[in-house]
Design a protein around this ligand. Structure first.
Ligand code: ARG
Length: 278
């Protein structure tokens, strides 16, 4: 009983965007990124919601085009399971977040039925676009890995997004898309690391579930605002969407890699949704 309560505390901490207090003076600094060239990551989108305070559609999360009419993002980016599609817009085809590109309308929101919280897994959701995002410059869906993609630490993997460049440092204007190469960390190793960072609360059982994937090292990671965005790996000259930015303990810490939803696990579900809602 006790461990259940404690594990809830730990998961709550790590997922909610306010992780355990950062030791004073230990600035995480940038998370190792640099500005992405226009058109290099044509599947990257920004998920927007309307903010009355700013009277504009603001970025809340990243996402990836997985089909001309479908965006894959994180379930925790969507406020409710029965979300109203008209509450969202999609920005595609520009590395500058607020560069004046027309936003795309969303006609359907599908949160994975098993999703409860990012720390428990199934942190994915699909958004169907009212009109295909095809044809425009710098817009192109990414491939999903359907056969087991053996991603090894040697493969070239990158995570991209408009999220924070430091723990307490939002991306400054002109809000250009950032990219960083990250190394995939094997699940067993990552689970051990996460048991260590949470040693105050004895975590029994797995923290890193089988439908999660870890990537990143000290100073190279995704961070707040990158959620929902792509972790892609180039395997035999083709880019595959391998992960969806989900959660982490802080950002860019040495012993806490970023945690991603493992796209491989959900490929059948994604394909089924796309086929059943033409
Ligand atoms: N949950 C964050 C978001 O909503 C993403 C955190 C990723 N953290 C990490 N260390 N990679 O944007």
């Amino acid at each position: 009983m006790l461990w259940l309560v404690l594990s809830t505390v730990f998961l709550g901490n790590s997922v909610a965007g306010s992780p355990a207090p950062v030791p004073d003076g230990e600035l995480v600094g940038i998370i190792g990124g640099d500005s992405a060239p226009q058109g290099k990551w044509p599947w990257q989108v920004s998920l927007r919601v309307y903010a009355y305070h700013w009277a504009s559609w603001v970025h809340i999360c990243g996402g990836s085009l997985v089909h001309p009419r479908w965006v894959l993002t994180a379930a925790h980016c969507i406020s409710r399971k029965e979300a109203d599609p008209s509450a969202y817009r999609i920005h595609a085809g520009d590395v500058y977040l607020y560069g004046g590109k027309a936003l795309l309308n969303v006609s359907r929101v599908i949160v994975h039925p098993d999703y409860v919280s990012a720390g428990l897994g199934a942190d994915i959701a699909l958004l169907q676009l009212s009109d295909a995002a095809e044809g425009a410059a710098n817009v192109k869906p990414v491939r999903l890995s359907s056969a087991p993609l053996e991603v090894t630490p040697e493969d070239q993997c990158w995570v991209t997004g408009w999220g924070s460049i430091g723990m307490h440092e939002p991306l400054p204007p002109p809000y250009r898309l950032q990219q960083v190469a990250v190394r995939v960390v094997e699940n067993g190793v990552c689970d051990q690391l996460y048991h260590n960072v949470s040693s105050e609360h004895h975590q029994l059982g797995k923290i890193i579930q089988d439908d999660m994937l870890c990537a990143g090292t000290e100073g190279r990671d995704s961070c707040y605002g990158d959620s929902g965005g792509p972790l892609v790996c180039k395997v035999k000259h083709v880019w595959y969407l391998v992960g969806v930015v989900s959660w982490g303990y802080g950002c860019g810490w040495r012993d806490a890699p970023g945690v991603y939803a493992r796209v491989q696990t959900y490929e059948p579900w994604i394909t089924r949704q796309i086929q059943s809602h033409p």
